[in-house]
Write a protein of this length. Structure first.
Length: 157
């Protein structure tokens, strides 16, 4: 009788041990597979890497004056197109803010435009930012601005 009890306890221990090992393996496998699925879905689609801008941009280094509710802010435009620009500034304006802008080119000729902030790298850590600033879309431009930028790109009306 004593050996029968030990045998029953042995079978129960082996059964519970096997069940425990199966559960550990199952949850470990599910976690590994879910991590694999997560990483696979985090990859960017191929078409995201393509340029989606309507107009070509060209690199420049022109002075910019921005009229904001807090006053005038001096900055630099790093690139420009017919529809927008990247403005380097220490404190980018909030997304969606509309402001007046005066751009002074390399020949000291200037033009005015109204622009809207469409993106900003204000929340990116300093060590990951090459140029702090914001992307703006021109919503109202002077004829002078259009002629000047078109001439730069040799585009026709």
């Amino acid at each position: 009788m004593y050996s029968k009890t030990i045998l029953i306890y042995g079978v129960i221990v082996v059964f519970l041990g096997s069940a425990l090992l199966f559960m550990v393996y199952y949850f470990w496998k599910v976690r590994i597979d879910s991590d694999r699925d997560y990483n696979a879905s985090a990859t960017l689609p191929r078409n995201v890497e393509k340029e989606s801008r309507k107009h070509t941009r060209t690199d420049i280094r022109w002075q910019v004056s921005m009229e904001t509710p807090d006053g005038m802010i001096a900055a630099d435009a790093k690139n420009i197109s017919l529809s927008g620009a990247f403005i380097c500034c220490k404190k980018p304006l909030p997304l969606g803010e509309v402001f007046r802008l005066t751009v002074t080119g390399s020949d000291n000729e200037s033009f005015m435009a109204t622009a809207k902030v469409v993106w900003s790298n204000v929340n990116v850590p300093d060590e990951k930012v090459i140029n702090r600033g914001m992307g703006v879309r021109f919503i109202k431009m002077s004829d002078r601005h259009l002629r000047w930028v078109r001439q730069m790109f040799q585009e026709s009306d």
